[in-house]
Design a protein around this ligand. Structure first.
Ligand SMILES: [Zn+2]
Length: 510
């Protein structure tokens, strides 16, 4: 089966444009002018009517199960007061009266009228008898009610009065939330896939696998991958070598659609919650400099194991001390040039020396420009103007790939690109962009979002480019973002192709 796409503005290899392309089965056979493509035999012709075509997006770090929960459970991300949170929970309960546990995600005290954390008393006030777990947007902090406390084995440090758990204290509560049936996981996967394809994303690198769920997730994803609608790659948070062995023996049947990727580790928490690990105390809370989540010894043990078994490792690190620690530990174990492609996820608070070290070690930077939408309002308060001015250094970092950490931020590539290009929030503030010297051009950002993300997966030879021999994963847009990038926030996807098949078409779109 051969499909010719003609009359387009197609973003091709080497950041140039071509007019037409020919797809045969699941790969791109040829690119060129209308005449060159129409000269070849074809079965169907699609007239793009001048529309922009890009390689489909590849989100290099997000969380499918949590995004599934936010699409299917209680979404608190638009709440602007405690009262609104209470109403949102109540109205969900009214339409789902049979649930045994209420789970919500997405609240953020900085966005609330009261400017304070959600507390146990707020939840007890509305529904004292149903256990509730309400995660902060960062997912490193959550609030529970008395009914939940009553049925959980509590960690010693947990503050029963406020009902707020941080970092490792969250684990016993989250275990109850994530103890989901296969049906639920599958339902979440369906929701997320439909949502992502409508945004032009055909590859997701997802961090959901843990020691207590990897067998079940593998089975569900393996079954799902037979549909060949979206490409899924696991970043697994498993530290026990025996379990890692066990996982790596489970070979996916369709590796183009289901892949076991790197080990994902955590060095620190989040900036919003002041748990990101800084070298100096927080400028707006001198009592703390954050939290180290994994011990140095444990971290090195895992790196040794990864090196011995030729495994990729990526580590969550946001604060400058966390990034420093990861780089120093990596250095002890990595080979020259970083052939195993070890990476750091987030890489937010940096100074010049740290970026130089990052470049020298040739580490991969899995970044989320969309974080700027919120963080550019708080980062100077958190770490001071000086350190902020060298942070979120996306232009200076090597080996960048783009992601959203959804559902921490929206999975929308257009919003992500807007933040990468303009370093402004969605109200186009600040006018000249925040630390604009670190902005990416549209072509750079697109390349990072496609080829850069494919590189993280060791798939840069098959994925992320519109070029002969590459898999036909494409997206068609309704506006020319190259002519006018300020249109990004209002740009829609008309159609998405994965593996040579149209997997999304907007109504009255193409
Ligand atoms: Zn994440």
């Amino acid at each position: 089966m051969r499909t010719a796409l003609i009359n387009g503005k197609i973003f091709c290899e080497n950041q140039t444009f071509c007019q037409a392309l020919l797809v045969e089965d699941h790969t791109i056979l040829k690119t060129g002018s209308n005449a060159e493509i129409l000269n070849e035999k074809n079965d169907t012709i699609l007239d793009l009517k001048g529309k922009v075509v890009l390689p489909a997006f590849n989100d290099s770090h997000m969380h499918i199960s949590m995004l599934g929960e936010i699409l299917c459970d209680i979404d608190l991300s638009s709440c602007r007061s405690i009262k609104e949170i209470q109403q949102t929970i109540l109205s969900f309960y009214n339409t789902h009266p049979n649930v045994s546990l209420l789970h919500g995600i997405g609240w953020n005290q900085d966005m609330l009228l009261e400017k304070r954390m959600l507390e146990k008393k707020d939840l007890d006030q509305i529904l004292p008898h149903i256990p509730m777990v309400m995660e902060r947007v960062c997912t490193h902090i959550l609030t529970v009610n008395q009914a939940m406390i009553d049925q959980t084995l509590l960690p010693d440090s947990f503050d029963r009065r406020s009902g707020i758990a941080k970092e490792n204290e969250c684990v016993p509560f989250l275990k109850k939330v994530h103890r989901k049936s296969k049906e639920t996981v599958c339902h979440h996967l369906e929701c997320v896939t439909t949502h992502c394809l409508s945004k032009g994303i055909t590859s997701l690198q997802t961090a959901d696998m843990k020691e207590d769920n990897f067998e079940m997730l593998f089975e569900v994803y393996e079954e799902f991958s037979k549909q060949k609608k979206i490409r899924l790659c696991h970043q697994f948070n498993i530290e026990d070598p025996q379990k890692i062995d066990q996982l790596l023996k489970m070979k996916p049947e369709n590796p183009e659609f289901h892949q076991i990727g790197p080990i994902k580790l955590f060095m620190d928490g989040s900036l919003g919650a002041r748990t990101a690990l800084l070298k100096k105390p927080y400028a707006d809370d001198p009592g703390t400099n954050g939290i180290q989540v994994i011990s140095d010894q444990k971290f090195e043990e895992i790196l040794q194991y990864a090196k011995d078994h030729h495994l990729q490792v990526i580590t969550h690190a946001i604060g400058d001390q966390a990034i420093q620690k990861v780089l120093d530990h990596y250095k002890k174990f990595q080979d020259t040039g970083n052939p195993l492609r070890w990476g750091i996820v987030h890489v937010q608070i940096t100074d010049k020396a740290l970026i130089d070290q990052f470049r020298n070690q040739n580490i991969l930077a899995l970044i989320q420009p969309i974080f700027l939408e919120y963080d550019l309002h708080i980062v100077e308060d958190r770490v001071g103007k000086d350190l902020a001015s060298t942070s979120y250094a996306f232009y200076s970092l090597p080996n960048i790939s783009l992601g959203t950490d959804a559902p921490v931020e929206q999975i929308d590539p257009m919003n992500n690109l807007h933040c990468a290009l303009f370093r402004q929030d969605y109200a186009y503030w600040p006018k000249d962009g925040w630390n604009i010297q670190e902005a990416l051009s549209l072509k750079e950002a697109l390349t990072a979002y496609t080829q850069g993300s494919a590189f993280v997966q060791f798939k840069e030879e098959q994925l992320g480019k519109i070029a002969p021999g590459y898999l036909a994963d494409l997206v068609v847009l309704d506006q020319d973002i190259f002519l006018n990038p300020t249109l990004l926030l209002n740009t829609q996807v008309l159609a998405t192709m994965c593996n040579g098949k149209w997997v999304y078409k907007k109504e009255n779109g193409l």
